[in-house]
Design a protein around this ligand. Structure first.
Ligand SMILES: [Zn+2]
Length: 65
Protein backbone atom coordinates (compact mmCIF):
# COMPACT_ATOMS: atom_id res chain seq x y z
CA UNK A 1 0.00 0.00 0.00
CA UNK A 2 1.37 3.40 -1.00
CA UNK A 3 0.30 6.58 0.75
CA UNK A 4 1.30 10.20 0.31
CA UNK A 5 3.43 11.86 2.96
CA UNK A 6 1.22 14.69 4.32
CA UNK A 7 4.24 16.97 4.58
CA UNK A 8 6.21 16.56 1.36
CA UNK A 9 3.65 14.66 -0.76
CA UNK A 10 6.18 11.98 -1.49
CA UNK A 11 4.94 8.46 -2.09
CA UNK A 12 5.49 6.39 1.02
CA UNK A 13 5.15 2.68 1.46
CA UNK A 14 2.79 1.96 4.34
CA UNK A 15 4.42 -0.86 6.25
CA UNK A 16 5.04 -2.05 9.77
CA UNK A 17 8.68 -1.11 9.32
CA UNK A 18 7.84 2.53 8.65
CA UNK A 19 7.34 3.82 12.17
CA UNK A 20 6.72 7.33 10.88
CA UNK A 21 3.81 6.41 8.64
CA UNK A 22 1.96 8.07 7.07
CA UNK A 23 5.02 10.30 6.94
CA UNK A 24 8.09 9.37 4.91
CA UNK A 25 10.51 10.21 7.70
CA UNK A 26 10.86 11.49 11.24
CA UNK A 27 11.68 14.90 9.80
CA UNK A 28 8.35 15.18 8.01
CA UNK A 29 6.52 13.96 11.09
CA UNK A 30 8.15 16.65 13.22
CA UNK A 31 7.41 19.31 10.61
CA UNK A 32 3.75 18.33 10.65
CA UNK A 33 3.57 18.40 14.44
CA UNK A 34 5.31 21.76 14.41
CA UNK A 35 2.80 23.09 11.91
CA UNK A 36 -0.04 22.15 14.22
CA UNK A 37 1.70 23.76 17.17
CA UNK A 38 2.24 26.97 15.22
CA UNK A 39 -1.37 26.93 14.15
CA UNK A 40 -2.49 26.84 17.77
CA UNK A 41 0.01 29.48 18.77
CA UNK A 42 -1.10 31.82 16.01
CA UNK A 43 -4.72 31.96 17.12
CA UNK A 44 -4.73 32.97 20.77
CA UNK A 45 -7.99 33.99 22.36
CA UNK A 46 -8.12 36.92 24.73
CA UNK A 47 -8.27 34.59 27.69
CA UNK A 48 -5.21 32.65 26.56
CA UNK A 49 -3.38 35.88 25.87
CA UNK A 50 -3.82 36.92 29.48
CA UNK A 51 -2.13 33.70 30.52
CA UNK A 52 0.67 33.96 27.98
CA UNK A 53 3.29 34.83 30.58
CA UNK A 54 2.75 31.50 32.28
CA UNK A 55 2.42 29.57 29.06
CA UNK A 56 5.24 27.13 28.44
CA UNK A 57 5.08 25.58 24.99
CA UNK A 58 6.14 21.99 24.82
CA UNK A 59 9.40 21.63 22.95
CA UNK A 60 8.83 18.14 21.70
CA UNK A 61 5.77 16.00 21.48
CA UNK A 62 6.10 12.28 21.61
CA UNK A 63 3.59 10.21 19.76
CA UNK A 64 3.83 6.65 20.85
CA UNK A 65 1.18 4.08 20.35
ZN1 LIG B 1 7.78 13.49 3.73
Amino acid sequence: MIVQCPTCKQAVKWSEENRYRPFCSERCQLIDLGAWANEEYRVPSEEEDALSDAYQPTETKKVEE
